[in-house]
Write a protein that binds this ligand. Structure first.
Ligand code: UVW
Length: 268
């Protein structure tokens, strides 16, 4: 074998799955249509002459369900998308031709995990906790990692453990931990390619505040052109204390969509 990449993968690679299983009834942002999966045709509904039969199912879904990526077209501010594109004019025939999810290149990049509760010596962060710039800098230093331009940085709060509890994961009365506008500005200044978290809205949701205001979304998607990945499962990386990895993510190539469910992998 002469290709060094093929040599490196010859024995198979160890991967950590960062995606959630898509299931009807999983916790869901109130801002988005739900995920539905039905089985219109079961085995036996149509049988071939030789006794063979096929089952066929169907999904009807919002694009921001389960682990998903936000395209830049997802958020506008004062009628403008990233780079000053006019949000109205960017939508042709119900498709965001500008900044839709089809414009996101497959991501094969250096990935970093910032494990904030581990850095702070806590099991998990509390609902509504704001991950400050000091937390981010302290965690980067404690983990001895360096954030480089083009990286994908994933922020663990521990809140992801609540995914299977349903409504508790979405926050509501408790809020959800995460970075705020200031943290988003700091991370954007490091020129990262994408940011992700183990929470439903990536950023901090105040107790009782719901999803009414999402300032970090504005900073990242509209002002900085940085993609956001939500509802990641970061427990596997945390358990193995993996802070640096090869990050792989390929959004569905849906023309003009504002987001896509994804199944990202950390190759370690
Ligand atoms: C939420 O804000 C809840 O998710 P998204 O960024 O996909 O809209």
């Amino acid at each position: 074998m002469t290709n060094p990449l093929l040599e490196a993968v010859a024995g198979g690679l160890h991967t950590v799955d960062l995606g959630r299983q898509l299931r009807v009834g999983m916790p869901q942002s109130p801002n988005h249509p739900q995920f539905w999966h039905t089985l219109p045709r079961r085995h036996g509904d149509m049988e071939r002459a030789d006794g063979g039969s096929a089952a066929n199912d169907m999904i009807t879904t919002g694009t921001h369900v389960g682990t998903h990526i936000d395209a830049l077209a997802h958020v506008s501010q004062d009628g403008k998308l990233y780079g000053g594109a006019d949000a109205g004019a960017s939508c042709l025939g119900g498709k965001y031709v500008e900044h839709g999810v089809h414009t996101i290149e497959p991501m094969l990049r250096r990935g970093l995990l910032l494990d904030i509760p581990s850095y702070k010596g806590l099991p998990d962060l509390e609902g509504g906790y704001e991950i400050t710039i000091e937390d981010l800098k302290g965690c980067i230093e404690a983990q001895s990692v360096e954030v480089r331009p083009g990286d994908v940085v994933l922020i663990r709060s521990g809140w992801g453990k609540k995914f299977d509890e349903g409504a508790a994961y979405v926050g509501g009365p408790t809020g959800v931990p995460g970075i705020s506008e200031a943290g988003a500005q700091y991370l954007a200044s490091l020129d990262v390619h994408a940011l992700g978290a183990d929470t439903i809205a990536f950023e901090m949701l105040p107790a009782g505040g719901g999803h009414a205001q999402l300032p970090a979304h504005r900073v990242l998607l509209v002002e900085s052109g940085i993609y956001i990945i939500e509802a990641l499962d970061l427990e596997g990386l945390a358990e193995q204390a993996i802070h640096e990895f090869f990050f792989v993510l390929v959004p569905l190539n849906i023309f003009g969509a504002t987001g896509s469910p994804v199944r990202p992998l950390a190759v370690v």
